[in-house]
Write a protein that binds this ligand. Sequence first.
Ligand code: PLP
Length: 324
Amino acid sequence: MAALRTSLRSLSPSAIKALHITGRSGVQISVRNASIAQAALRNILDSQISDIQQAGTWKNERVISTKQASEIAVQGRNDKLLNFCANNYLGLSSHPEVIQAAKDALEKYGNGLSSVRFICGTQDIHKELEEKISRFHEREDAILYACCFDANTGLFEALLSPDDALLSDELNHASIIDGVRLCKAKKFKYKNKDMADLESKLKEAEGARMKLIITDGVFSMDGKVAPLNEICDLAEKYGALTFVDECHATGFLGETGRGTEEYLNCKGRVDIINSTLGKALAVEQVFDLLMNGSDLIKKVAENTKLFRTKMTAAGFNIIGEVTQ
Ligand SMILES: Cc1ncc(COP(=O)(O)O)c(C=O)c1O
C-alpha cells in the first residue's frame, strides 16, 4: 500500500481519477478519493500561500543550531546573530543549574509519562511544582497544563456556561481569543486598556450569573501594561472576576518577579493568574532561584533601560512601556 501511495503521488489528479484499485481481498480501496482530495487541498493551500506572500506577511522559519542565548548560530549563516526575539527573559533556558536539574529528572523519572494526567500521568514532581507556583504567586492552588496556549484554550470553556459573560481586551493573545471562541458564555470585547469601554460592557453584561474580565498583564502585541488596579476596581464595582495572562511578566516584572500585580502594587487582587514555563521560567529550580532572591531581575531591568536609552539615541522608536 505504501509503495502504491508513493507512486500515486507522482500522478496528476486527472490520471488518478481514472484509477480503480482492487485489493487482494477483492475490496475496493479508496486511495483514489484521498488523492483527489489531496490535490484539491494542495491547490487551495498554494493559492493561500501565494496571497500571504503577496501581502508581505509570509514568514520563513529560521533554524537555530545552538542553545537559546543572546548570540545564536542559524542555518545558512556562518556568523553569529544577536537574538532579540526569544522570550528567554532571564537567560535561564541554558543555565547550568537548570540543565542539571533537567538531566536529574530524566534520570529519575524517564522521558514522558505514557499517559495523560487524568488517568495515571501525575507524578510527585507535578504536585511539588504546582505547590511551588501557588506559593510564588501567593494563591490557593495552581494547575499545570502542557503550555499556556493549552491553558488559555481550556480554562474559559471549563469555567463559564451560557449563563455567564466574559469581557476580553481586544489586544489579548491569540490563545485567549481561541479559548474565548470555544467558550459558550456571552462575549464582550472591550477596546485595548479602555476602562470606559470596559465599564459600558460590564453594564451590558448585567444579569449574567458570573462575569469574567480577561486581559494580558503585559500585552504580547506591543509591550504595554494593562491597568490592573482600574480593572480590579471595576470588577469589584460590578461583581466580576478577573483573569490575567502573565506570560510576558512572570519571573521578571515587579521587584521580585511576581509580575504585573507586583509591578502595579496590587498584589492579590486578581482572581486567576495564567502564565508559562516556556519563556522566563524553565523548570522548578527557577522558582527556587527567584524565591531565594536573585539579582537576575535587577539585571534584566538594567539591560532593558540601557537598550532603550541607546536605541532611542541611535534614532529608533522603541514601543512598549518603560518599566522598572
Ligand atoms: C500572552 C501569551 N499568552 C500565551 C502564550 C502561549 O504560551 P505557551 O508558549 O506556553 O503556549 C504566549 C506565547 O507566545 C503569549 O505571548
